[in-house]
Design a protein around this ligand. Sequence first.
Ligand code: PEP
Ligand code: MN
Length: 311
Amino acid sequence: MHDQRSLSLPQIGAGGVRESWHDRFAESPDVLKSTRCEQTIVPVLDLEIGGDEFITMAGPCSVETEFQLMATANHVRRAGARILRGGAFKPRSSPYAFQGHGLKGLKMLARAREESGLAIVTEVMSESDVTMVAEYADILQIGTRNMENYALLEAAARSGRPVLLKRGMVATVADLLRSAQCILDYGNPNVILCERGIRTFETATRNTFDVAAIALLKQISHLPVIADPSHAAGHRDLVPALARIAVAAEADGLLVEVHPNPDKAWSDGEQSLDFDGFDEMMVSLDPYLALRRQSLSMRALEGVRAMEAFG
Ligand code: PEP
Ligand code: MN
């Protein structure tokens, strides 16, 4: 099946990835699809990221108060989210802005997991905090500003927790894949890639949502890909449309900011959905998710037919 070199141009190599992509991303060979690995499925509690289920991770930008976190956790769970997000360590551009509650925030997240049953994803900013964050979190988030912090990548990888790797705001797809390759090299196969918008000349949106990168990553890499429409858009009104686009581009899930009272949020309020907005977004995703399910089962059927044809 893979030996079609003489028949087709451009050539299709291992794992159905064009040879030209293999050349282009030669520095990160292990993140590319191969006959050995077509899709990585990252296990998180009872969930699988990168499998058939589209996984929504939702919650506030920062963990603020017990009430804010619990109310959000309970609401997003009822609306269909499977993972709770929330920052206890916040990378802020101003030293005067709220930097996060640190350990106290991690403990609040752990209580929210107990109460809601949701898994927890939270950012770790420093290699010296990795052990502590890994004790409370189910997934370690590496933020956009740290995508090339290799000491942090190594420590996060060695913690054994799944790593959600956000694309640097001026990182190319090759840069993102190189960082993912580092985590694999340090012995951790459970990497989730996250497109969260990149910096371009456009300033109307906070970042430019690189939807082509999602489609490309899904074609070439076996790692799960999730989309963060909140940081990409910077405005809550745009978040649902970007979320729908992410489903159509074949993302494996979403990372979305939700707050009980976004106008009073301690960080990223403009891009945070309120509870009604989150419900509406989730409902608006339904027909797109139905199409996704259809195409997954069609692909599975094609796979079975191809196996049968091979005898
Ligand atoms: C966040 O998820 O709140 C965050 C800080 O994201 P990013 O690193 O993409 O800016
Ligand atoms: Mn944020």
